[in-house]
Design a protein around this ligand. Structure first.
Ligand SMILES: Nc1ncnc2c1ncn2[C@@H]1O[C@H](COP(=O)(O)OP(=O)(O)OP(=O)(O)O)[C@@H](O)[C@H]1O
Length: 219
């Protein structure tokens, strides 16, 4: 079954500083939606607002037209990969895959070098390796939508390509919202890309819009 996620009517202020004010974002099953924007423009805040962890008065987040307020309480609807590590390091990979109801052997098809870690605790892995386990646990587990905050940045190029393959496969069953400053990969993997400038979202048509909107200097 196909689902849609729509976000608008958001006003985010910190003191006298207005960060977000004219946001519109749409995502649906089968689509990858990218959010780009300069450092500090509000991409992470927007994801936290959609997830419901950053509480604000003015917001409208709708799944299939119905408002959701606390996405984080509904993992069957929405999952979120934050920028920081979030899985307890004391857990083994075996336990993590069990908890997320994921097949370790499918994971190994993408990342064969992780086979040796099946019974290891997460703390034994490098930071980038931990990140791969966390990315996979969010993108591949069952949910209608997932949001990924900088999944490519800490990961080596070969693994970035594997993550993009996983995203392309997983979008068959869910909608995916993603942000990362490795924008070429975002353009490559996304069906539509929004840029946030001065608190407003702009839906882009091609790379030249990223120049016009001041995110990159040349195409
Ligand atoms: N708790 C807070 N208190 C005050 N200001 C905050 C708080 N959280 C975020 N901000 C400000 O809100 C703005 C948006 O931050 P956010 O982290 O969403 O940016 P971003 O687009 O994700 O940036 P980057 O690309 O650097 O990750 C920034 O100016 C930041 O300083």
């Amino acid at each position: 079954m196909n689902h849609s996620l729509e976000v608008d009517s958001i006003i985010l202020e910190f003191g006298t500083k207005r960060v977000l004010q004219d946001i519109y974002l749409k995502n649906a099953t089968g689509e990858v939606t990218g959010i780009l924007g300069r450092n500090g423009c509000g991409k992470t805040c927007l994801m936290n607002i959609i997830y419901g962890e950053l509480k604000i008065i003015d917001k409208s987040v709708r799944v299939d037209g119905k408002a959701i307020f606390d996405g984080y309480r509904n993992p069957e609807i929405l999952k979120y990969l934050p920028q920081v590590h979030f899985i307890p390091k004391s857990l083994t990979l075996k336990r993590i895959f069990k908890d997320f109801n994921l097949s370790f052997s499918r994971f190994i098809e993408y990342f064969p070098e992780f086979e040796k870690y099946h019974h290891s605790k997460l703390r034994k892995l490098s930071s980038g390796e931990k990140r791969i386990v966390e990315i996979y646990s969010i993108v591949a587990s069952k949910t209608r939508f997932c949001m990924l905050d900088e999944p490519f940045s800490q990961v080596m190029p070969v693994h970035v390509e594997s993550i993009k393959s996983i995203i392309n496969k997983e979008k068959e069953n869910k909608g995916i919202i993603i942000t990362d400053h490795l924008y070429e990969h975002i353009i490559d993997v996304c069906d539509q890309v929004y840029v946030i400038v001065n608190g407003k979202t702009y839906l882009t048509q091609d790379k030249s819009d990223l120049v016009k909107l001041g995110y990159i200097s040349k195409t």
